[in-house]
Design a protein around this ligand. Structure first.
Ligand code: EPU
Length: 430
């Protein structure tokens, strides 16, 4: 396995004003890959995960699996994970701090070994991001949880079946609960679950391993088994990367053919693109062409759980609204602090004001290049999009956020005709 890249301060220099044209293949989903890779902890048998994107959060997940004692091999998008025997139940603080999704190891470790010690995931830049719902499911299943020296110490003798109604809809909370219950043979019921395609992809994997899961509306009924099998699975396409590339094509007045997508996962985004004036041609379940011409129409966007408009696309669509022909309103309902791109977009000439959870965006004729800083993953994608349409040159700093969640975004954009240069941090170059 390649060595793990340290956090770099590489930056991107974007010369705006190029129309994007051509075809591009969308990568496998980051947020589906992470729980699926971690699900391999549930079995002694080897597991193969295909179409895994080569990005920082995936490498962090490999590092975490390695730390626990699993064998990992990654080659050309194919991950081989074998957790035959583990030598640790501890997800160290320094990894959890880098990637909050590390909390996902708790469910499988408790299910298989009855023990897990996980660094306490603190707040993060987009919001408090609590994990109380994960812990409530573990406790209902008989786990005893203590916090000692910044670590969550969890133990369970024998997992009891659980009936639980989530108080908020949570993606990783649902995933952790499913993995926790997957070796319990008695019937458990989870209500008010998340139904994001990434959650359903994990459900598919757990079924391949031998877990019975019925899904009806927002209710899941789970019957696990102790001897879970290894699996081979290809993760779903990344609907957020696809959406980001679609917005790029539209905004630059270009013509972009996205290949290897799942149109049925992109409904809310496609609807908003059409409302904004994009020409969207669906060429099959896995191919869509997006064309743009002229300034976008203003939009009303309100983020919601799937199948609603994804919070992970809010920042990218805000860029579209900054140059729209009128006033747009964007309400963020999932995270309480996911507007940090607003300040940076203002530096580029955007006219945005915030009222509580709503951003009011007055469209301007054009943005102008500036030096801007990434604050989180999707915010950094929005700054890249802004750079593509801005007059002059934009420098996007702190792009390790971008590298956490996109597989070669600037390479894909360049392949479509963008002019983006990555300048290596002197300390990590080479
Ligand atoms: N929440 C609670 N208690 C909990 C769990 C969540 O109150 O126990 C609250 C959160 O504070 C938040 C809301 O519920 O306000 C939704 O959070 P959720 O748990 O669904 O988010 P997550 O599982 O931590 C995943 C994705 C995020 C994505 C969100 C929402 C992964 C690894 N991460 O996070 O992806 O924004 O679901 O769809 O799957 C990204 O890729 O950029 C990203 C942030």
């Amino acid at each position: 396995m390649k060595s793990i890249t340290s956090l770099s301060s590489d930056f991107l220099v974007i010369r705006g004003g190029r129309r994007l044209r051509g075809r591009v293949k969308v990568s496998g989903s980051k947020n589906a890959s992470l729980p699926i890779l971690i699900a391999s902890l549930l079995t002694e048998e080897p597991c193969i995960v295909k179409r895994v994107p080569n990005l920082l959060d995936v490498k962090t997940t490999f590092e975490l699996l390695n730390t626990l004692g699993a064998q990992v091999h990654f080659e050309e998008g194919k991950a081989f994970v074998h957790a035959q025997a583990l030598n640790s139940y501890l997800a160290p603080d320094h990894i959890v701090r880098r990637m909050r999704a590390s909390i996902l190891v708790a469910g499988p470790l408790l299910a298989r070994f009855g023990r897990a010690v996980v660094g306490m995931p603190g707040g993060c830049s987009i919001g408090a991001r609590l994990i109380d719902q994960h812990l409530k499911v573990f406790e209902r299943g008989g786990a005893i949880i203590n916090v000692k020296e910044g670590y969550l110490h969890m133990e369970v003798q024998k997992i009891k079946p659980v009936e639980y109604t989530f108080e908020v809809i949570t993606v990783t909370g649902t995933e952790n609960a499913l993995m926790f219950l997957s070796r319990c043979p008695k019937r458990s019921v989870l209500r008010n679950v998340a139904l994001e395609p990434e959650v359903m992809d994990l459900v598919e994997v757990l079924r391949k391993m031998g877990v019975e899961i019925e899904v009806e509306g927002r209710t899941m009924v789970i019957r696990g088994r102790e001897d879970l099998a290894g699996f081979e699975h290809e993760v779903i396409p990344d609907r957020i990367e696809a959406g980001t590339l679609a917005v790029a094509g539209f905004l630059t007045g270009g013509e972009v053919l996205l290949e290897g997508v799942r149109i049925d996962h992109m409904g809310a985004q496609i609807e908003k693109l059409k409302e904004a004036g994009a020409k969207v041609e669906i060429l099959g379940i896995d191919r869509v062409k997006v064309c743009g011409d002229g300034r976008p129409e203003p939009l009303e966007i309100s983020t919601a759980e799937y199948p609603g408009f994804p919070t992970d696309m809010q920042a990218q669509f805000m860029v579209l609204c900054t140059v729209a022909k009128g006033i747009s309103h964007i309400t963020e309902n999932i995270f309480e602090n996911r507007f940090q791109h607003v300040n940076e977009l203002q530096r580029m000439g955007a006219n945005i004001s915030l009222r509580g959870r709503t951003a009011i965006v007055h469209g301007v004729e054009r943005l102008s290049g500036a030096e801007v800083f990434s604050t989180d993953l999707r915010a950094s994608a929005s700054l890249v999009l802004a750079g593509l349409i801005a007059e002059g040159t934009t420098t996007v700093r702190d792009i390790y956020h971008l590298d956490r969640g996109y597989e070669g975004l600037e390479e894909k954009l360049n392949q479509l005709g963008a002019d983006i240069e990555r300048v290596k941090d002197a300390n990590t170059a080479g």
